[in-house]
Ligand binder design. Structure first.
Ligand code: UPG
Ligand code: MN
Length: 649
């Protein structure tokens, strides 16, 4: 293996973790991610972990401080027991019994006690912190860490960031082995400067890390995506350090996979087919897109370097060139400037350097630009999953997430980065087309909207839209439909899904098109004429107890009112009315042509009704808090009845 030959010259790596909001991304989850990354099987002096906290929360800082202390116990423990995964929460959730060996068992128990205490401590603190915050006017910003805790570390008062300086001799764990460097960064923000969400955070990290450790390889991870495989760094290095084919590789992308998927995956959030089939397809057509998390980059390329035949890297040189000499205090001063909100004004950051600004999917557009500069990317999907994250656990969260994605993707299509224009002669045609498979999600809503509404409305009046069922051309329709769905079912089952899971996936296919893509489409149009501003709605990673218990039971969660639900409920009701009217018409006029004329339409309507069963249940039959809010119920009944009456006359 390349990696063994290169052990001495392994490049150092800077791992970037982003978090934005301590309320919906609990610090405890974030530090578990950080700890799992610190425990990579990689020389610790070459491993540097950076946490960007866009929430700028004292509380997150405190949790990270605790994590840095805990790591001195946790890392030796991981080494000794060779455990996997190396996120303490994920590990202890899976392994409830100590090992058989009595000495090991002792250690196991004591570390578990330490960790449980840490969990309780942080949980209690967060609880009192949140209570405090609630009581005190938010604007006063008084809800903070107690004075006693503040005295513990100067980072609470000053702008301090290096929690563990791997270069220092005292940065060792309880066994005397070196610890990886750990850095906390809360970049400066001011209302008059756009902070550019995650892209801005990653660019600040790129600059700051270049002063502190300057690793030639950078890994970006979302705060919920803990490392599930401690070999990932070494595996990725094999691609970059390959003597024959490594020189033009810009990034190695792992799939996004999740820890909290239920058996039948009610919101279709496992993205199995996307990750296993579509990403692999992109890989075969020229390289996967960058999807934000679980991705190893070469720093210079991420910062804008163009490809040329001569740029072979010498990993021997790479390592000695990059050593940083300054002491921690000087470094912190330099870094403060680099992370200030004015630093990027009139620079190329966000345009030609680093991650691109102004697009809700900063990752995809940045990856596309890198590929267009002549670089290759690699998709790597090992058997033991590399990263595991938290998938949305309510219908609305899932729809909102897809709105951001489809909107961002469509925005790329309409921008100067459109693969057919910008990618012309830069990337292969097949890759341009593959990109558009995703970039054109949003306008896809129009066809689905038509098929979900018009045939059922026409059915009310008995207007036929499709060929007669006795017409031989119907066979062509039938063939396409049956082949398509049989194929998709086969694909789904092949990758370990269940039949019910596939059915749920079909439902989400319809729902995403009727809401997420529609809103994404409209917002892109509004934005281009200056009516809307870009945002980034962070996906929640926790939920209330009854919500998560419904998620476990795979009961669809509606709960809050949202215009998205209004659309779904109205379409479902129109189809129900259309279906009933169609069936009635056929039964009443048995002898005449009606059946022959309307059969296909009735089948389509019937399928839409069938797929909407959980929605009718939420509208009319459920009593729990997750049912459809009554405002949505009344409004959608009103609109559906009105539309049906219009269609009737
Ligand atoms: O202003 C912000 C907003 C978000 N984030 C972080 O960005 C990450 C992704 O946010 P999340 O709400 O989890 O979005 P997802 O839809 O789950 O993210 C997917 O889609 C994003 C692009 O839309 C990519 O950036 C992500 O890597 C990818 O996992 C999280 O770690 C956030 O903490 C920030 O650091 N600053
Ligand atoms: Mn996420």
């Amino acid at each position: 293996m390349v990696i063994n030959r290169y052990e001495k010259v392994l490049p150092s790596i800077d791992v970037f973790v982003c978090t934005a909001d301590p309320q919906i991304e609990p610090p405890l989850m974030v530090i578990n991610t950080v700890l799992s990354l610190m425990a990579y099987n990689y020389p610790p002096e070459k491993l540097n972990i950076y946490l960007s906290d866009d929430g700028g929360s004292d509380f997150m800082f405190y949790a990270l401080l605790e994590a840095s202390r805990f790591s001195a116990h946790w890392l030796p423990f991981c080494r000794k027991l060779k455990i996997e995964p190396k996120s303490p929460a994920a590990y202890f959730a899976k392994v409830c019994e100590p090992p058989n060996d009595p000495v090991m068992a002792n250690e196991w128990s004591s570390i578990k006690v330490y960790f449980s205490k840490l969990v309780v401590k942080i949980a209690l603190l967060q609880k009192s912190y949140e209570e405090l915050k609630k009581r005190i006017d938010d604007a006063m910003k008084l809800g903070r860490i107690s004075a006693e805790l503040r005295k513990e570390h100067k980072g609470f008062c000053e702008w301090d960031l290096i929690l563990i300086d791997g270069r220092e001799t005292k940065a060792v764990d309880v066994q005397g082995q070196p610890l990886p460097t750990l850095v906390y960064l809360a970049r400066e923000k001011r209302p008059q400067y756009h902070h550019n969400f995650k892209a801005g955070a990653l660019n600040a990290l790129l600059r700051v890390s270049s002063r502190i450790s300057n690793g030639p390889i950078v890994l970006t991870v979302d705060c919920d995506m803990y490392s599930n495989n401690s070999e990932s760094v070494r595996d990725a290095m094999c691609f970059f350090m390959d003597e024959e084919r490594g020189h033009d590789i810009a990034f190695v992308q792992y799939p996004q996979q999740f820890d909290n998927i239920t058996k039948n995956d009610i919101y279709s959030s496992s993205l199995t087919v996307t990750m296993e089939v579509e990403m692999a397809g992109l890989d075969a057509n020229g390289g996967p897109c960058y999807i934000g998390t679980g991705c190893f980059h070469r720093r210079d390329i991420l910062c804008g370097k163009k490809y040329s035949k001569e740029c072979k890297i010498d990993w021997n040189k790479e390592n000695t060139d990059r050593k940083v000499q300054e002491g921690a205090d000087v470094l912190e001063d330099t870094c403060r400037v680099l992370a200030s909100c004015t630093y990027e004004v009139n620079t190329k950051w966000g345009k030609e350097m680093g991650l691109k600004y102004g697009c809700p999917v900063e990752d995809v557009i940045t990856g596309l630009a890198i590929q267009c500069r002549g670089w290759r990317s690699v998709f790597y999907n090992p058997e033991r999953k590399g990263f595991l994250g938290v998938a949305p656990t309510t219908l609305l969260q899932s729809l909102v997430q897809h709105k951001r994605w489809s909107e961002g993707d469509f925005q790329i299509f309409r921008s100067r980065y459109c693969p057919f224009v910008y990618g012309h002669k830069r990337i292969p045609l097949k890759l341009q087309i593959s990109y558009c498979f995703f970039l054109l999600w949003a306008p896809n809503c129009l066809a689905t909207l038509y098929y979900a509404a018009v045939p059922s409305l026409c059915l009310l009046k008995g207007i036929p839209l499709f060929p007669k069922i006795s017409n031989p051309w119907t066979l062509a329709f039938a063939y396409v439909m049956i082949a398509k769905y049989a194929y998709s079912l086969g694909e789904f089952l092949w990758y370990g899904g269940t039949f019910q899971g596939w059915w749920n996936d079909q439902r989400m296919w319809v729902y995403k098109r009727l809401t997420s893509y529609l809103f994404g489409f409209l917002e892109t149009i509004f934005k281009s004429i200056g009516f809307a501003k870009s945002g980034f709605v962070v996906t929640a990673k926790t939920s209330e107890e009854d919500v998560s218990s419904r998620y476990e039971k795979e009961v669809m969660e509606f709960g809050a009112a949202s215009p998205m639900f209004n659309i779904l409920a109205t379409v479902a009701l129109v189809n129900l009315l259309g279906f009933v009217a169609g069936v009635k018409r056929v039964i009443l006029n048995m002898q005449n042509e009606d059946f022959n004329l309307l059969a296909l339409q009735i089948i389509l309507c019937g399928l839409v009704v069938l797929i909407n069963l959980p929605l009718y249940q939420g509208l009319f039959f459920r009593k729990d808090n997750g049912r459809m809010p009554s405002s949505v119920r009344y409004q959608s009944i009103l609109v559906a009845v009105f539309a049906s009456l219009l269609a009737w006359y």
